[in-house]
Write a protein that binds this ligand. Structure first.
Ligand SMILES: [Zn+2]
Length: 192
């Protein structure tokens, strides 16, 4: 039994390095995680296989660790679950419209199961039918390194106006084969 939904608990959303008794650090983060877990439960019920998270809540230290490990994390990532993130100097040119801090993240996880391609098909079909309302679904793989996961975020409209959502302007569907170095827009119809 999870402590948020039937199958999901707060500890599954904890940042790397936090222990299992971790809880959200603000009421707003708790709200965002709860909304995300409710969406994941609908997916879990359709997928009928266990789903685990490679990465959920991230802190700025995780962002730096991922950069150093050769991944391509974004300072405007939804993995920050509402925390205000100071935009690193070298990223400023990309996102100067947001000012010095980015605080529009709404929550995302990198999900895996023992059938990731089926998980992708299940998530995309639930989103198309309106059973879930994810803001962004990304099939992420790195063919050389064998990485594969599904990035799935809640919908920014939970927290923000149309104006902010348009300013942030994230695509609903993306896919990558090089671990996020570059993305193609749209559903990966090779899988779906
Ligand atoms: Zn992700």
């Amino acid at each position: 039994m999870g402590d948020i939904t039937k199958n999901f608990s707060f500890y599954e959303y904890r940042p790397k390095g936090a222990n299992k008794s971790w809880l959200p650090t603000s009421k707003y983060m708790k709200y965002l995680i709860t909304k995300h877990a409710e969406m994941m439960q609908i997916i879990r019920d359709k997928h009928r296989k266990g789903i685990t998270f490679n990465s959920a809540v991230r802190n700025l230290s995780d962002y730096k660790r991922l950069l150093n490990a050769g991944y391509f994390p974004s300072p405007t990532s939804d993995h920050f679950f509402g925390q205000a993130i100071k935009i690193p100097e070298k990223e400023k040119f990309k996102i100067s419209k947001f000012g010095r801090f980015y605080s529009f993240s709404v929550g995302a996880v990198d999900a895996v199961s023992n059938d990731i391609k089926q998980l992708y098909r299940d998530i995309v079909s639930l989103n198309k039918s309106g059973d879930i309302d994810s803001g962004q679904i990304i099939y992420e793989s790195h063919q050389d390194k064998g990485w594969e996961w599904i990035h799935i975020s809640t919908n920014r409209h939970l927290s923000f106006s149309d104006g902010i959502c348009n300013l942030v302007g994230k695509h609903k569907y993306l896919h990558t084969y090089n671990g996020g170095k570059s993305y193609e827009v749209g559903i990966d119809y090779g899988i779906f």
